[in-house]
Design a protein around this ligand. Structure first.
Ligand code: GRF
Length: 197
């Protein structure tokens, strides 16, 4: 892979702020990567407008058009392989991927999760951290493994939980750190892929 930019795909499902942050980072001259495409599983995802405005190729693969998780993943896999993707970044991609799909991209599939993993896998992480009375919360970028929100951790960032926090207030503090953590983790992974880390 020496010399040629790493071909990246970003998968997202909603607002797309992590996707946008990664896209901006990848566009920097010193980052040895190229954003080839983004894919969303939701035709109403807010991030689609971000892609349009930035001239980023975005493919919609609506999961509701598929009879099974396997069929959706097969279409996704086909799209990514046709584009010669080297590395997939899930950024707010709210779909569980099958073990077959995940195992087909060993150490080529990253995810960001809004908690300090292994705490709070799954949904409503901010509310659960508040309910548990945690003093800190945060986010994790990790390599994906077939189990949900599992896999080797690349970067974690923590934030304090403050008196009077609501889940939304805490989420706002965490997302700021997500936007720092994902580019940082991507740089580390790119170095590793280039054999310089
Ligand atoms: C982020 O908090 C991400 O970690 C979680 O869903 C949120 C997506 O936000 N899985 P965005 O679409 O990247 O703005």
């Amino acid at each position: 892979m020496s010399g040629s930019p790493v071909k990246i795909a970003i998968l997202f499902s909603g607002r797309g702020s992590n996707m946008q942050t990664l896209a901006r980072h990848i566009a920097k001259a010193h980052v040895p990567a190229e954003l080839v495409l983004t894919v969303t599983n939701r035709p109403d995802a807010g991030g689609i407008a971000i892609c349009k405005a930035a001239g980023i190729a975005c493919t919609v693969i609506d999961h509701k058009s598929f009879d099974s998780r396997e069929a959706f993943d097969a279409k996704l896999d086909e799209k990514l392989r046709a584009a010669n993707i080297d590395l997939i970044c899930c950024a707010g991609f709210m779909r569980l991927l099958t073990a077959d799909f995940v195992n087909g991209w060993p150490d080529r599939l990253l995810n960001i999760h809004p908690s300090l993993l292994p705490k709070y896998k799954g949904l409503r992480t901010h509310q659960r951290a508040l309910e548990a009375g945690d003093k800190e919360h945060g986010c994790t970028v990790h390599y994906m493994r077939p189990e949900m929100d599992d896999g080797p951790i690349i970067v974690q960032k923590s934030v304090p939980v403050l008196a009077g926090d609501t889940p939304d207030m805490l989420a706002d503090r965490v997302i700021e750190q997500e936007h720092i953590a994902y580019p940082e983790a991507l740089d580390m992974v790119l170095k590793k892929m280039a054999g310089t880390a």
